[in-house]
Ligand binder design. Sequence first.
Ligand code: ATP
Length: 331
Amino acid sequence: MRVATYASHSALQILKGAKDEGFETVAFGPSRVKPLYTKYFPVADHFIEGAYPEEELLELEAVVIPTGSFVAHIGVELVEKMRVPYYGNKAVLRWESDRSLERQWLEKAGLRLPRIYEDPDEIDGPVIVKPFGARGGRGYFLASSPEDFWKKAERLGVRKKEDLSKVQIQEYVIGVPVYPHYFYSKLNGKLELMSVDRRYESNADAIGRIPAREQAELGITTDYTVIGNIPVVLRESLLMDILETGERVVKAAEELMGGLWGPFCLEGVFTPDMEFVVFEISARIVAGTNPFVHGSPYTWLKYDFPVSTGRRIAMELKQGLEEDRLEKILT
Ligand code: ATP
């Protein structure tokens, strides 16, 4: 068996972790990035050109570790049909890619979610407006009243209530962004906290560098294009909350979709009242785990060798092989 992933996102970490656990590794993707994975950072033993070279992967007896880039490049439908073994539960993809199913799942887990406004005329506080299908926060805008909403929504072609299916209007929660990364071991029935990050976003993180008066003069709108990730260590009294929240998400997934296993991440903000408000779940490894190639403060508390999320995935695969239980974690 070989460990394979799409050459982007968190592939360096995944393949390094797999090598550390003794696996041979495979990266696949556009030929331009081959040197990244074979020369500058030699983590891939094989590099295959292509978005999803199924026959070659089958020949190499590869297991694919999904990332956000892999799913985005080949699409949910093809992922559901792929013949190469996939680490994780594919049933989760539908729940995650549909905003109302995702909300149902997180509500069942008892999470505090931002309020959704169905009717913009009810806006009575700050809101963030998200066009459906937007990536990286492109086209998001903030509004504070119905008038403000209708004025700003015009540039998205939203002029009347019938156009509202193009956008989601969420309560804008004031707080600091925090993204905890979890790993649920299906083989051991245990949840682990792997690490925590916040994103470094352009231009959201640039606006604070410009004085307020000039911000107003420049008429800047906010974008949330992720440029990198910054490690966060949480106040210790928040850890129990974060762990219990993760446990409830796993439990709800068991009831709704046959389980969630492997890495996942909750994306939210912590308010000044220390409440964690979640606006999204990523049901696979997130790039926010990349600062922790050599382990995180949390994995170091549990293991006495450096464990990244990528390596933790490989440890689970190795255990599955040794105990002859791989079929429990591959779909
Ligand atoms: P993805 O994680 O799928 O790439 P995205 O980056 O396109 O999503 P979101 O994660 O929805 O977009 O949001 C982008 C940014 O906007 C986040 O960094 C977050 O800090 C902020 N944000 C999103 N929703 C809210 C909210 N309800 N309240 C406050 N801030 C929010």
